[in-house]
Design a binder for this molecule. Structure first.
Ligand SMILES: [Zn+2]
Length: 292
């Protein structure tokens, strides 16, 4: 099978559909298997530590992203997924400040993780060890330097940037979005960024000589937000990084696969898998994280 574990660990895609599925799945899962991780309201105390992998892990010493950090808007704050490893929150604040200082449009943040990480009650298979974050492509220029209320942000949905019929980016995807991807991909602590394969192709066609596009990896969905993953902190000994990114910028013939019939079948299978999440087996250290 062409799809590697690097990508199968990713989890979140089809953001708009996931929102609907979240509600359906959470009802089914909640009644069938109670998820204690979703009940945590406070981070586990102690020094920050990512434990396990994004698809089976948890987080000690999480910090909450400020809903109104400079140049940053936390979207759908009612979901309570605003906790991450301090390095991740720091990264968002740093890039947010950079954009605010040059009067660029703000960064709109989707899900990070739960206060103690761990599995969610929705179709997210990842976001468990505090190193994953969803960032919307949409960056409204009209929001520069403006206060947008939490109530307003609770209702908004991410905007798709892919023409799903022709499998290519639509007119909304432009330099504004490229600037956002570049700003994050150039940060050394960022391990990879998953985007819709049509967005990767756009970057290959227009920015192939730029080193940062190597970190931009093609995946299904992710047409309205991208999924960023940090590298494990070297001192977090039980934190598991994903497979290494292959050499090169990823613009070779391997990219063509995403337009094949096989890819369409994989896409369907992945979507079905996302719709029926299973509780992963977590590292034993997560027991103490949960009980704190
Ligand atoms: Zn994600």
């Amino acid at each position: 099978m062409r799809v590697t574990t690097e990508l199968t660990k990713s989890g979140c895609f089809y953001f708009s559909l996931v929102l609907i599925l979240c509600q359906m799945v959470s009802v089914t899962w909640a009644s069938a298997t109670p998820n204690p991780w979703a009940k945590a309201t406070q981070p586990a105390s102690g020094a920050a530590e990512s434990i396990g992998s994004p698809g089976a892990g948890c987080l000690r010493g999480a910090v909450k992203l400020n809903e109104d950090a400079m140049g940053v808007y936390l979207m759908r704050p009612q979901r309570g997924r605003s906790y991450g490893h301090p390095h991740l929150v720091q990264l968002i604040q740093t890039v947010g400040r950079e954009f605010a200082n040059k009067k660029a449009p703000p960064i709109l943040i989707g899900d990070i993780g739960q206060p103690k990480g761990g599995p969610t009650m929705s179709a997210h298979a990842s976001h468990q060890n505090g190193l994953d974050i969803d960032i919307w492509y949409f960056r409204p220029k009209s929001w520069i330097g403006r206060r947008v209320s939490l109530k307003q942000r609770a209702k908004l949905s991410a905007v798709g940037m892919v023409d799903k019929k022709h499998l290519k980016v639509n007119d909304l995807f432009e330099s504004n979005q490229v600037e956002l991807l570049r700003a994050f991909a150039e940060k050394p602590e960022v391990d990879r960024i998953l985007v819709n394969f049509s967005i990767k192709r756009y970057l290959c066609l227009n920015h192939s000589k730029e080193a940062w596009i190597r970190k931009i990896r093609p995946w299904f969905g992710h047409d309205s937000h991208f999924h960023l993953r940090l590298k494990c902190d070297a001192k977090d000994i039980s934190c598991k990084n994903g497979e290494d990114i292959p050499h090169g910028n990823g613009c070779d013939s391997s990219l063509d696969w995403w337009w094949s019939d096989e890819a369409r079948q994989e896409e369907k299978k992945n979507f079905e898998k996302q719709s029926a999440p299973v509780m992963p087996t977590l590292p034993s250290q997560c027991d103490s994280v949960l009980s704190m």
